[in-house]
Design a protein around this ligand. Sequence first.
Ligand SMILES: [Zn+2]
Ligand SMILES: [Zn+2]
Ligand SMILES: [Zn+2]
Ligand SMILES: [Zn+2]
Ligand SMILES: [Zn+2]
Ligand SMILES: [Zn+2]
Length: 460
Amino acid sequence: MRKLLTAFILSAVLVMTMAFTALANENGASATASLSGNNANQGTLTITLTDGLGYEHVQVVQSPGNNTVVRGFEVSYGVYEVTVVISGNRISSAEITKSEVTDFCLRFGHTPGDEVIIDPTCDEDGRWEIRCEVCDELIEYGVIAALEHDFQFDSTVPFNVVLAANNFGPHAYTMGYDLYVCENCDETEQRNLVLTHEYTVDPNCSQQGYTATVILNEAGEVAWWGNAVYVDELGHDFQSIVWDGHGWFGSQCSRGCEGGWYISHDRCYFGHEETEIRQTATCTVGGWDQEVCIHCDEVIRDQVGWRGALGHDFNELYTVEATCTTGGYTRMECLRGCELPDSVAVQNWSPALGHDYVVVGDLSTTPWTLVRCSRCGDETHVANVVVSTTPSAWVRQVPGNTNFLNITVEEVFTSGALNSVVSEEIAIRNNASGTYNVGPYRVFVNTQGNDQIRQIWIEN
Ligand SMILES: [Zn+2]
Ligand SMILES: [Zn+2]
Ligand SMILES: [Zn+2]
Ligand SMILES: [Zn+2]
Ligand SMILES: [Zn+2]
Ligand SMILES: [Zn+2]
């Protein structure tokens, strides 16, 4: 803001002095102007600027005339410009027409920012500081003392052995140690150094294994080493696999070593892959079991275990039923394929049934009669004979002491024919008993009462 000031005039003999004062502006400056002399063309214009820091700056203009005079002032923190208007040989106005601050902090002082902490490390002090928000100049600071290391156990690094590819080549060793890490600065320290180390290298397909001892110095250099306790190489562990469909078999070492690959037509070239236990014992003779290769039949192990005779593994082939004239039996086979002798193969023998002749029914009394087998129909003639005789008798009663006995012998023939042989009427006394001829038979008859038959049988 500019303010135009009221003028006042000081008069002196022969000297005319007129002064104007420009009030302080917002940058704290004020200015005065005075003109001395008899007229403006011969006078002296003096412009005095008091800057915002209270320093005075004076510029003198000789013979300014009735003009507008503009003068700039460069101060330590900025630029001012004062404009003085002279007319009628006097100052009619004076004002600060420009005030620019180029260095705020120099003019108004620094503006302190927040306190900033720079943490101390284990090696270096830290500090706190306050800087000007405007110009970043350091205003205040102090030292924060450096920390001390705070080593804590972190991990154990084992002794490490790096073998050359061939196991026996140059070795690289790194010592083992416990790793401690500073919690404050991450600096590390190795403690509890492990300098002596024994290690074992396993044998592989083609090289020995061994146990070695190495001793390092604290610089990690080899001070001594030596090998001991050698173990034989393993040899390849071939695994047969079918390589193609054309009879080639490939084998690769299961350990994946170089050179462990071959092919062959012979499936068992690399060893017998699958075996089974095979019996040499037969049904009738004992024998030792053998372990044999299922592919080439080679005996891998003999006499694995004794086995007694196996006994036949019977299976019924067929059964022949007995007939009237031939015996019946079951024919067995051995499932193990042996040739069985008949004495073993034929089992469950039963004899021929014999014909079951039945009279064909002629009911004749001829000397021969026809019979037929009920099972097989075989016919033959057999003697037609009396197969049973049954005597019977009755008494014909007449008055007096004598009655008449009648005897009949009933014959049954093989043919089934019946025939009655009848006696002549025989005179007997009451209650008589005796033996009488009836055809070819002699028949005993015991009577009782007048006409009852008490006992009767054929004696011959
Ligand atoms: Zn500043
Ligand atoms: Zn530390
Ligand atoms: Zn191998
Ligand atoms: Zn084989
Ligand atoms: Zn058998
Ligand atoms: Zn028959």
